[in-house]
Design a protein around this ligand. Structure first.
Ligand code: ZN
Ligand code: ZN
Length: 349
């Protein structure tokens, strides 16, 4: 006599009714995360490859997510907010919202020609350290060449196959730190060395940009235009092309040569023209005061036709940055003597 076993079947609510419009997996944005990076993580967490996810959003193919980085329509942000539970403002904040720096955004290129920039850079150590590896907004800027945390150069290609980083084209459920073309794990890429002087210069440029934007200064546009001309100033391979068109390796060379130029006699002479202001900045107001005063100095000289005539194109940028770096170093030394340990750490990178 056989024993009959059965299954208890119970009719429950439909999944759609329980979950509502929310997608099953929630993904929290990380600090400074780029919108496209969050979208790729969101897609994979919900079991959809990024390439197919674009179709779900009603977007075309190609560089669908980097295009959203540059311009996120309000209705798309609202639609994503409803499905993810992430505040609409937080989603919009992941896009490249700072229009003043838009000329410094790396251009969107799906293919990586050898002598050209690609659309995104990365620090392999950051990706390796992340609990949920993600790409930063700052890595979209041509004026960024190194990681402030790990003091190494940024990469803009897969070291194994030299292809660009194209997670938006991924057709499998594979994390975005894996090269779409060859499967190399980008977290394992070797560190790239960047000289200390070039990293200090980069940090100064970043500080000045932030200070100029924070105070809503219209001179930010001229400042950005000068940065774009850096390859012309230093005469690297590809001179004549703007900073945004050069691959990461060439931009690192640009910064190293510009930093070198800052030590030239001409620059030292230019530096001597502003010692008092530097000394004041180094001794009052800490790092913030230094940036503000240096930005004021920049404003004053950019408005001066006499200054504009006296300096060959581009040299003034190196001179001003040298003056800034000089003041930073003085400030750092006085800080070491003083009690402001926090400022010392940030200036010593
Ligand atoms: Zn890093
Ligand atoms: Zn590869």
């Amino acid at each position: 006599m056989s024993q009959v076993t059965g299954f208890a079947i119970e009719i429950r609510e439909r999944y759609q009714d329980v979950a509502g419009d929310r997608w099953p997996a929630a993904v929290d944005p990380q600090p400074d995360e780029l919108l496209s990076s969050w979208l790729h993580r969101l897609a994979i967490a919900n079991g959809v490859a990024p390439r197919s996810f674009a179709g779900g959003l009603g977007l075309g193919g190609g560089m669908w997510s980097p295009r959203l980085d540059a311009r996120l329509p309000e209705d798309v942000a609202a639609w994503l907010g409803i499905r993810t539970g992430v505040a609409c403002e937080a989603i919009s904040a992941m896009a490249m919202t700072d229009g003043a720096l838009a000329p410094l955004w790396l251009p969107l290129r799906e293919t990586a020609r050898r002598s050209r920039s690609t659309w995104i850079q990365y620090c392999a150590v950051c990706l390796a350290d992340d609990s949920a590896p993600y790409f930063r907004r700052s890595w979209r800027l041509a004026s960024r060449i190194s990681c402030f945390t790990h003091r190494c150069g940024l990469r803009d290609r897969c070291p194994a196959c030299r292809a660009g980083i194209v997670p938006f084209a991924q057709t499998e459920l594979v994390p975005q730190y894996v090269c779409v073309r060859c499967g190399f794990d980008l977290r394992g890429a070797a560190k790239i060395s960047v000289g200390l002087a070039a990293r200090r210069l980069e940090r100064s440029i970043d500080d000045i940009c932030k200070a100029e934007i924070a105070k809503g200064s219209p001179t930010i546009h001229e400042w950005v235009a000068r940065l774009l001309r850096v390859p012309v100033v230093v005469g690297v391979v590809g001179a004549g092309r703007p900073l945004t068109s050069l691959p990461a390796s060439a931009r690192i060379r640009c910064f190293e040569q510009l930093a070198q130029r800052a030590d030239d006699e001409r620059v030292v002479a230019a530096d001597r023209a502003v010692p008092r202001r530097c000394r004041i900045a180094a001794t009052t107001g800490g790092r913030d005061g230094l940036i503000t005063r240096f930005a004021d100095f920049l404003d004053a000289h950019q408005r001066s036709p006499r200054f504009a005539r006296a300096q060959p194109p581009g040299v003034d940028l190196a001179a001003l940055l040298a003056a800034y770096g000089c003041a930073v170093r003085r400030g750092s030394r006085s800080t070491r003597r003083g009690a402001d340990d926090g400022a010392r750490k940030s200036l010593a990178t």
